[in-house]
Design a protein. Structure first.
Ligand SMILES: Nc1ncnc2c1ncn2[C@@H]1O[C@H](COP(=O)(O)OP(=O)(O)OP(=O)(O)O)[C@@H](O)[C@H]1O
Ligand SMILES: [Mg+2]
Lengths: 259, 353
């Protein structure tokens, strides 16, 4: 028994090393003074200084945030409506709709991105923040619907009926009873949508217009321009830490909601 | 008794696919009455209640509240209160907010709301728990919150759907008495749905017995118990019943396989069942002063606390007999004893079949 235990421990450590060593290397070398990637010479924040003094980075960060916010709100509204429709009503074509909603989760993002781009060109829609947002919403809505549907499956509708007997009309019931009691699900789905939008590269790359960049796009174009460099290391670490903070926040919220 | 009807149902029909959940129900419920709908599971009690509340739309028929046709009035505009089977308290609100909800919807002033919530909390004995979260209350307390929430809006009718179902026996018995007291205090019509005859018998002014979506009988607990209008009601109500089939030969005389049975007079003719309640049957070695007398063998004896239940076989028919009183303990009958059983003619009721 003891042997198995030790074996499991070592195995787990190896898996984690495999998963995280690239990230660790990247973060460590972002503090390297030397311009070379190979050898660590001295601890330094000079590459971070460069990143922080780069207005393009701040602009992209700002873009990422507001695009994420708009995407979250739009996909929450649409996803909530979709989830309510499939959990509460029966209508013809419901099962087809329920499968269709899963498609963005299953198909390769590049195919989705390319088809979106083709559609935009076909319809002659100028590329820019709006097309990026539409692109993000198109897949975030699926995730939102899936999360909401799971949480709404066991929803006890008698509290809505109770509100109706107490004199609340449909609107009052929705805003004072349904929405507040669905709040954990809405929060979880919203945080997920924001994270997905914030981290997205491929769709943004395909659907953005000239001059409009999100943070992952800046990282990407910097890599495409100058190859792997210490500056890129610190830029990626910077983007990583924001996503990381966000993920931690999301997990904490979800854990609190589950209790 | 008031002649004003708080709720009237006229020929109500409700179908779910092939199931007829409510089948031509007619009811007139009086003002300030404690009225119960009693019947086995699936007989359509909840559906009937939901139709009164407007949560379910009848396929046919008319619903009236205080004479006004409300069949097409939406739930939130009917002045009713409802206590749900699983209470349906608002989980994101505390006790005060739960109870105040209906008043807020009616745009009652803040001060007035406080006052009325306080009053109702006193009536349901929940003072001091205003700011508790509802999931931190015991089952009995949650029950009272649900009741207070429905009562505080001073509804014209209070609908209750098996509100005591989830409570354990002791609290349930306590709440039965309490509910009846509250009903007297607030002077509102209570329509109470249950499948538990003890609850219905304990609290109701009148009871409607339902089966398969149809009303079988409406009457006071006494009427329902002693004058059931059919054999379903006779066997559904009470712990046990003795039913003997036969043919009316003359007013009050029924010919059965056990011979002629003397009954209370009845207008019913033809094939009937004779009903005798177990506590009406006497048992002994030698009986006098009975109109119907049979000899049989003691099949089983069960001690039930305040009474003893005998089962006696008379020519292949089993009679259930409840014998009360501890004084009788010295004269217990034994398994296999040949005994006499009998009853007065007024104790046997003729029921049409
Ligand atoms: N929404 C519904 N859809 C389909 N059938 C239903 C629906 N509601 C009730 N029924 C059916 O109608 C019949 C009556 O149901 P109802 O809930 O009124 O019974 P009940 O007397 O309240 O039973 P219980 O004591 O079990 O609560 C049942 O056969 C039930 O299956
Ligand atoms: Mg029911």
């Amino acid at each position: 028994m003891k042997g198995t235990n030790l074996f499991l421990k070592i195995f787990t450590i190896l898996v984690f090393l495999f998963l995280y060593s690239p990230i660790i290397v990247m973060v460590v070398f972002s503090f390297n003074e030397s311009k070379s990637i190979g050898v660590f010479t001295n601890f330094s924040l000079r590459w971070y200084e460069k990143v922080i003094n780069n207005p393009e980075v701040w602009k992209a960060l700002f873009n990422s945030f507001w695009v994420g916010a708009v995407v979250t709100i739009v996909s929450l509204i649409l996803g909530l409506m979709m989830a309510m429709a499939v959990t509460r009503y029966s209508f013809s074509g419901k099962s087809i709709l329920e499968s269709l909603i899963l498609i963005p989760v299953i198909i390769p993002e590049i195919a989705e991105a390319l088809s979106l781009l083709i559609m935009y060109i076909f319809l002659n829609i100028p590329l820019g923040p709006v097309t990026v947002i539409i692109g993000h919403v198109a897949f975030c809505i699926s995730y939102v619907t899936i999360v909401m549907r799971a949480r709404m499956a066991g929803y006890d509708r008698s509290i809505e009926e109770a509100a109706r007997t107490l004199g609340a009309n449909e609107f009052q019931t929705f805003f004072k009873i349904t929405l507040p009691t669905l709040y954990p699900a809405i929060l979880a789905a919203g945080l997920l949508a924001f994270t997905l939008s914030f981290d997205d590269l491929i769709k943004t790359l395909f659907t953005t217009g000239p001059g409009f960049k999100t943070l992952p796009l800046v990282v990407w174009s910097s890599a495409a321009r100058g190859g792997v460099s210490p500056e890129l290391n610190s830029l990626s670490s910077f983007a990583l830490s924001i996503s990381f903070l966000f993920a931690v926040f999301r997990l904490r919220v979800e854990r609190r909601l589950e209790r | 008794m008031s002649d004003v009807f708080s709720v009237e149902l006229e020929n109500i029909v409700k179908r779910f696919g092939n199931v007829v959940a409510v089948d031509h129900v007619n009811l007139k419920i009086r003002e300030n009455e404690f009225f119960s709908l009693l019947g086995p599971s699936g007989c359509g009690k909840t559906t009937t209640l939901r139709i009164i509340a407007g949560l379910e739309e009848p396929d046919e028929g008319v619903v009236r509240i205080y004479g006004e046709d409300v069949t097409d009035v939406p739930t939130h505009k009917r002045n009713i209160g409802m206590v749900f089977q699983h209470l349906a308290l608002f989980p994101h609100m505390n006790v005060f907010e739960n109870i105040a909800f209906g008043l807020k919807m009616r745009k009652v002033q803040k001060e007035e709301i406080k006052k009325r919530v306080k009053e109702i909390l006193e009536i349901v004995k929940l003072e001091g728990l205003e700011y508790r979260r509802v999931n931190q209350l015991s089952g009995g307390q949650q029950q009272r919150v649900a009741l207070a929430r429905a009562l505080v809006i001073e509804p014209e009718v209070l609908l209750l759907d098996e509100p005591l179902g989830a409570l354990d026996l002791k609290i349930r018995q306590h709440m039965m008495v309490e509910l009846k007291n509250i009903q007297r205090k607030v002077k509102t019509t209570f329509i109470y749905v249950t499948h538990d005859q003890t609850e219905a018998m304990t609290m109701s002014d009148r009871i409607a017995i339902m089966k398969d979506g149809k009303i079988q009988q409406v009457g006071t607990p006494l009427e329902i118990y002693y004058r059931p209008s059919n054999t379903f009601v006779a066997s559904f109500i009470g712990e046990a019943v003795n039913l003997i089939e036969g043919e009316v030969v003359e007013n009050g005389l029924v010919d059965t396989s056990l011979g002629t049975i003397h009954c209370a007079g009845s207008l019913t003719k033809g094939r009937v069942a004779v009903m005798v309640r177990p506590e009406m049957v006497e048992i002994g070695d030698k009986l006098y002063n009975v109109d119907n007398l049979f000899r049989g063998t003691v099949q089983s004896i069960i001690f039930k606390g305040s009474y003893i239940e005998y089962r006696v076989d008379v020519e292949g028919n089993t009679f259930v007999i409840h014998k009360h009183g501890s004084a009788e303990l010295g004269r217990l009958h034994h398994l296999g004893d040949i005994v006499e059983i009998g009853w007065k003619k007024n104790s046997s009721i003729i029921i049409p079949i």
